[in-house]
Design a protein around this ligand. Structure first.
Ligand code: ZN
Ligand code: ZN
Length: 419
């Protein structure tokens, strides 16, 4: 759709400046105040109706432009507690206070600064070229993607009632891949993730008299081993899941049996039914192991965070891939499989009962990917190219990456915005 992208190249210097400023000033989840004010100011200047403070620090910009379809375009704004490697003049030296109260370095190590910049670029284009489309555009700048909480917070803040209805939700994420290249696939695109905190209650006492206690360490140990049987014994060979115990904490002294033990679990699944079964099995095993040991009360299982399964609507994704291929050429558009990482973007589609599509774009020098653009992950695994969340994840081909990411949003949106 060249009518929406026309003239975009003239904006790129400005967008690179926006990007560098955001990169230099990253903010942790739900603390994206500065980012939100940059976004709100630009959207207002472009003529959008702007609402701030949606679900905490979220910003929504609406542009109504007559009859036609309605498209939601989403970018996430938060950064990570990572100390950025010295590579660029605009490197982050920012710090933030994490939920535990600790001062931590902050970096856009997941590249959400590129998402915000591309969406601002698309917003400027849509506003400037109003005579070339009609319909409604919602630009959604979401907080706290990294902790799986931002999309839910915005939806819980009356999102669906406060803003116009939409026919489709579209979003994108930068990955370690050559700049200019796009990656998408229909169906399940990213894993569901559930993190749980399990607190096991026993009865403390002297280590010399275990008969007077209920030892929560022994209960926790049994739980850790028994949890391994969920994937090994309860799922079919064709089902896929990961159940990991990432943390276990109990006691402080060798001759004291503590009163409780804490475990932290991370679960990844690629199918809603498998997810339900795995979560039910975790609850059953944890509860039964405590009961088997005669625990004075049942364990507490509380969610730390959760990401829904990200499913790209089949037909819509096919339409999008076709549009990308027409616009950018088959060499730069790739169909990928399912990824084990997670995203909360899908909630915007699910909550409204509309299709959603999420795709990836590259942002690095092609020389980093000797095996070609088709399998960029190989270079990451070989340690030649940095992966998301690494302290070295600083796009080195920013200009073409931002250009393509902005073009991708406009090309996708154009499918619903009848001219
Ligand atoms: Zn991330
Ligand atoms: Zn991310």
């Amino acid at each position: 759709m060249t009518t929406l992208t026309a003239g975009l190249a003239d904006r790129i210097a400005d967008l690179v400046e926006v990007y560098r400023d955001l990169h230099e000033h990253p903010e942790l989840s739900f603390q994206e105040k500065r980012t939100a004010s940059v976004v709100a100011a630009r959207l207002t200047a472009a003529g959008f109706e702007v609402t701030t403070g949606v679900g905490g620090t979220g910003v929504v910009g609406v542009l109504r432009n007559g009859e036609g379809g309605s498209v939601l375009l989403r970018a996430d704004m938060d950064a990570l507690p990572v100390d950025e490697t010295e590579k660029v003049s605009y490197r982050s030296r920012a710090t933030g206070v994490d939920p535990d109260g600790d001062v931590v370095p902050v970096m856009h190590a997941c590249g959400h600064d590129t998402h915000v910049t591309a969406l601002l670029g698309a917003a400027d284009q849509l506003a400037a070229r109003r005579e070339h489309w009609s319909g409604t555009v919602l630009t959604v700048f979401q907080p706290a993607e990294e902790i799986g909480a931002g999309a839910r917070a915005m939806l819980d803040d009356g999102f669906l009632d406060r803003f116009p209805r939409y026919d489709v939700a579209l979003g994108q994420h930068v990955i370690s891949a050559p700049a200019g290249h796009l990656y998408a696939s229909p169906g399940v695109f990213m894993a569901a993730a559930d993190s749980l905190r399990v607190t096991v209650f026993g009865r403390g006492g002297h280590a010399s008299a275990p008969q007077t206690t209920v030892d929560p360490i022994v209960i926790a140990a049994s739980i850790v081993l028994r949890l391994q049987t969920i994937v090994a014994r309860e799922l079919a060979a064709t089902d896929v899941a990961v159940v990991s115990v990432g943390a276990i904490r109990a006691g402080s002294k060798e001759n004291v049996i503590p009163a409780e033990a804490e475990l932290k679990l991370n679960i990844r699944t690629f199918d809603e039914d498998v997810r339900t079964r795995v979560l039910a099995a975790v609850t059953r095993i944890v509860t039964a192991e405590a009961a088997a040991a005669g625990a004075p009360r049942p364990p507490e299982i509380t969610p730390i965070n959760d990401f829904p399964l990200l499913v790209n609507d089949e037909n819509t994704t096919r339409r999008l891939i076709a549009a990308f291929t027409t616009a950018f050429g088959a060499d730069e558009v790739h169909e990928t499989g399912t990824k084990p990482a997670s995203e909360d973007f899908g909630r915007f589609g699910t909550a409204a009962g509309v299709p959603s599509v999420f795709w990836n774009f590259g942002a690095f020098d092609p020389v980093r990917y000797p095996d070609g653009a088709e399998q960029p992950n190989r270079a990451v695994m070989a340690g030649i190219a940095p992966g998301n969340h690494s302290s070295e994840f600083v796009p080195d081909n920013v200009e073409p990456a931002l250009l393509r990411a902005t073009e991708a949003l406009l090309t996708a949106a154009a499918l619903w915005l009848t001219a």
